[in-house]
Ligand binder design. Structure first.
Ligand code: FEO
Length: 164
């Protein structure tokens, strides 16, 4: 069933938000490269790729339902940070705001009785639990180590192990 106009608009908005998320994390990856922290950079590159997959998941949903797909301009992400801690605080805060967006979408899908979108969004609700947890886990470690460069290098080596 083709989504109604309201759902189509909201899904397109989320699709484009996910592309922004991808740019945001790639900009964070670039910042880590500049800091000679290749493990953190690699982690963020993988995250950027995940976000692109989120965008394509919504793209394919709209495509299969013959909805109109509108790709819009991606806003400029921040590129300057003071520390790895600041980056992960921003990443965690951002994921919390994405969860809010997904919840709003879910509320709309239920109100509009768009059960196909509800199914899609169930996946995103679960994914957000994971996305918040994994950024928070790194954030807590960074809080624990304070200013220690040695510990930061140690975490960097660990971050390099993330697989897609
Ligand atoms: Fe697709 Fe990290 O939200």
């Amino acid at each position: 069933m083709v989504p109604n106009k309201k759902m189509e608009e909201m899904l397109n908005k989320q699709l484009n938000s996910e592309f922004y998320n991808s740019h945001l994390y790639l900009a964070m990856a670039a910042w880590f490269e500049g800091q000679n922290l290749p493990g953190f950079a690699s982690w963020m590159e993988i995250q950027a790729e995940e976000e692109r997959k989120h965008a394509l998941k919504i793209y394919n949903h709209l495509k299969e339902r013959r909805g109109n797909i509108k790709i819009s301009q991606v806003p400029l992400p921040p590129s300057e940070y003071k520390s790895a801690l600041e980056v992960f605080q921003a990443a965690y805060d951002h994921e919390v705001s994405v969860s809010r967006e997904i919840n709003n979408l879910m509320e709309a899908a239920l109100a509009e009785k768009d059960y196909a979108a509800v199914q899609l969004l169930n996946w995103f609700v679960n994914e957000q639990v994971e996305e918040e947890a994994q950024t928070d886990a790194v954030l807590q470690q960074l809080k624990m180590i304070g200013e220690s460069r040695g510990s930061l290098m140690y975490i960097d080596r660990h971050m390099a192990k993330r697989k897609e």
